[in-house]
Ligand binder design. Structure first.
Ligand SMILES: Nc1ncnc2c1ncn2[C@@H]1O[C@H](COP(=O)(O)OP(=O)(O)OP(=O)(O)O)[C@@H](O)[C@H]1O
Ligand code: SF4
Ligand SMILES: [Mg+2]
Length: 323
């Protein structure tokens, strides 16, 4: 595949969840008109506070959820609205997801060897059990669990959290994916282990030219990991840019709050507004009820995108208004 061609593209993707309770229906827009592209070998970080729609975006990319509207293009082909059969199997092989909880992603009754050999056999990456065993050893070594023979017969509870996350990563590599969604892969690990896992992911990206969506709450982790950062707030991308460029001049008021929180080591994220509902979904800026710079236009009109500098865009009336 052409290295400059996007591996995955989301075009105007929205995701609505409908909750039915006694006598009423409530719609939640977890994503609104999200545009995003990831190229081979590129790490894109999706940053935002809890409930902003990061995991929903990751689940759509991983083929675990389907968009309510919009288009997903993978390796140049537009995906059908519902993947099924061999097409779904092939997609799951090429696009893999790592979850934040290394405990829940491993079955406690099976050995590490079983967890690694299963995808190798299901996806026919290995033609026999003997070949799968050999490949499983290679995967353990690729994620730094050496000698591999020491780990193959262990049960998940016999490993540390960091080792379990390494097994989780080895397992997703079994199918030789082109794209990884890493959904807060270090947030449940001790601080001392986080950098190890981040470095492992970067190393695998370099060796395998993997495209990666790296989901995080943490701007500093995003900076460390990503070529580009996209900041998400209440289902919308509000700012995006090359990591160094964006962080040297954060422009959206929400990104500025995230940056201040980082430097002052506080959350700054008290009284998070509830998820966007259909009544307010198309009205005004999603950040208007918290923004210190709010203007009249902010509550009535969705802002346009404006270029701050090359490789850096922001979705805010402060930059798109002439006033
Ligand atoms: N299956 C679902 N049914 C109904 N609402 C959902 C569902 N999944 C997510 N949501 C809602 O969509 C919004 C976005 O959720 P999402 O999990 O994508 O956020 P997030 O940014 O990953 O948050 P966190 O940082 O806490 O993981 C939230 O308001 C959430 O309650
Ligand atoms: S559009 Fe208006 S309310 Fe929204 S972030 Fe910009 S200034 Fe604030
Ligand atoms: Mg999440």
């Amino acid at each position: 595949m052409n290295r400059t061609q996007a591996l995955i593209e989301l075009q105007n993707v929205s995701k609505r969840y409908r909750r039915r309770t006694a006598g009423s229906t409530r719609d939640t827009y977890a994503m609104r008109s999200v545009n995003l592209a990831i190229r081979p070998g590129e790490v894109v970080a999706l940053v935002g506070e809890s409930g902003s729609g990061k995991s929903t975006t990751g689940a759509i990319i991983a083929g675990l959820e389907k968009p309510t509207s919009g288009t997903v293009v993978f390796a140049g082909d537009t995906l059908p609205s519902r993947l099924s059969g061999d097409q779904l199997k092939d997609y799951r092989r090429r696009v893999q997801i790592i979850f934040q909880d290394p405990f829940s992603s491993l079955n406690p009754v099976h050995t590490i060897g079983y967890h690694l050999m299963r995808p190798l056999l299901i996806h026919k990456v290995a033609a026999s059990r003997a070949m799968a065993l050999q490949a499983a050893e290679g995967l353990l070594e690729a994620v730094g669990l050496q000698p591999a023979a020491n780990y193959l017969h262990k049960m998940p509870h016999q490993l540390s959290g960091g080792q379990r996350q390494r097994v989780g990563i080895a397992r997703v590599l079994a199918t030789n994916p082109e794209l990884l969604v890493a959904d807060e892969p270090t947030s449940m690990l001790d601080v001392s282990l986080r950098l190890d896992i981040m470095n492992l992911l970067l190393d695998l990206r370099d060796k395998r030219q993997l495209g990666m969506l790296y989901i995080t709450h943490d701007l500093s982790g995003a900076h460390y990991m990503a070529d580009r950062i996209m900041v998400m707030y209440r289902g919308m991308i509000v700012e995006e840019g090359l990591s160094g460029v964006l962080l040297s001049a954060p422009s959206h008021p929400y990104t500025q709050i995230l940056m201040n929180a980082l430097t002052r080591d506080i959350t700054g994220m008290e009284d998070i507004p509830s998820p966007v509902d259909t009544q307010s979904a198309e009205q005004g800026c999603s950040f208007a009820n918290r923004c210190p710079h709010r203007m009249a236009v902010c509550v009535s009109e969705l802002p346009d995108w404006a270029t701050v500098e090359e490789g850096h865009r922001v979705n805010c009336h402060l930059y798109s208004c002439s006033s």
